[in-house]
Design a protein around this ligand. Structure first.
Ligand code: PHE
Length: 351
């Protein structure tokens, strides 16, 4: 009896452990431990054994059954772990949530801004972010060497010809050197050249580059530039446009004001301020006096219209240019705009 049980145990073990998949394993279970299995048949032979052997035989059979049962469980687990368990689905397992991504905060703001201005008839244009000095400065009434140009702290391109070495190449006689645009105002004269006869109503959104980095600056940022040129355009049109944008973008309680400023390409020029969203214009730790600065604007300088071959005696216009990151920071109370470009998912997923 002893040997029969031992042999049976050994054979069964090998069979179980070499099962290829769950189907084979289930069939083996019936064969090895089922009602009419060899081991069960052995149990039936116990009463025929001499009295003194019966107890021991019973214990051995039970121990063998227990061992086989344990081997079955172990094999089942290892098959499951190596994905060989067929298509069994645990319908009681909690569902897995599919994480959906979303647009970056800057892209969301761009979509929103374009949408608001398209309702006022402005269409989105796209002008180069590597452009000629002429469009970025000269045509905007900022001649070379003019101190105002220092404000823009521009990155110049060493060469405008791909084949030449990185030593500064000959500038283009009319257009000058190439620059990484420090603002989107380069789109102004380009748009006038494209449209030729007003009305001009464009939004130009692009990346801009300046040598600055701190809580409110990144060396690469985005601006949106608005330009409207037509007959009888006045400062009231400019103010009305800002009021509409501010209420649509920041909320109905926010108010704008124009503060005199100086830009070479607009006359008169203004900084546009918006009431602080935290204190509603009363003054708080963030805004100090109730106002937050949005960006620059003004009535297009006659010289800029002339550079775009538009007659300043017939047409007038207004222009503005604001940083998108700053606009977002004002809406969401971002303490540091560099957060936008650190790619930290814990920050980005909050929006
Ligand atoms: N280009 C200016 C800047 O970058 C903003 C501006 C645009 C001002 C259009 C007036 C008109 O600060």
């Amino acid at each position: 009896m002893d040997n029969t049980i031992k042999n049976l145990l050994e054979q069964s073990k090998t069979k179980i452990e070499t099962a290829k998949d769950s189907v084979e394993l289930n069939n083996l279970y019936v064969e090895i431990l089922g009602k009419s299995s060899k081991i069960n048949n052995l149990t039936k032979t116990i009463p025929a054994l001499p009295q003194e052997e019966r107890a021991q035989a019973g214990q051995m059979i039970n121990a063998a059954k227990k061992e086989l049962e344990a081997i079955f469980q172990k094999t089942k687990q290892s098959l499951a772990a190596s994905h060989k368990l067929g298509k069994s689905i645990d319908v009681t397992a909690p569902g897995k949530k599919q994480e959906l991504g979303h647009l970056h905060l800057v892209s969301q703001a761009i979509e929103e801004i374009v949408d608001i201005f398209s309702k006022l008839g402005f269409s989105l244009q796209s002008y180069p972010e590597v452009d000629w000095d002429w469009y970025a400065f000269e045509a905007l009434n900022m001649p070379k060497g003019h101190p105002a140009r220092d404000d823009w702290e521009t990155f110049f391109i060493a060469s405008h010809r791909a084949t030449s070495s990185l030593i500064d190449s000959q500038p283009n006689p009319k257009l000058g050197r190439q620059v990484l645009t420090p603002h989107t105002s380069n789109g102004q004269v380009r748009e006038m050249e494209t449209v030729k006869t007003p009305p001009v109503r464009m939004i130009n959104i692009s990346r801009c580059y300046r040598r600055q980095i701190d809580v409110s600056h990144t060396p690469m940022f985005h601006q949106f530039e608005g330009l409207l040129v037509d007959k009888k355009v006045s400062i009231t049109d400019l103010k009305g446009t800002f009021d509409y944008f501010t209420k649509a973008f920041f909320g109905p309680n926010r108010v704008t004001r124009l503060r005199p400023h100086h830009f070479r390409f607009t006359e008169p020029s203004f900084e546009v301020d918006v009431t602080c969203g935290v204190c509603d214009g009363k003054g708080c730790r963030i805004c100090k006096e109730g106002w937050l600065e949005l960006g620059g604007s003004g009535m297009v300088h006659p010289k800029v219209l002339e550079a775009g071959r538009i007659d300043p005696k017939i047409y007038t216009g207004f222009a503005f240019g604001w940083g998108i990151e700053r606009t977002i920071a004002m809406k969401t109370e971002l303490p540091d705009i560099r957060l936008l470009y650190q790619n930290d998912i814990r920050f980005l997923e909050q929006f």
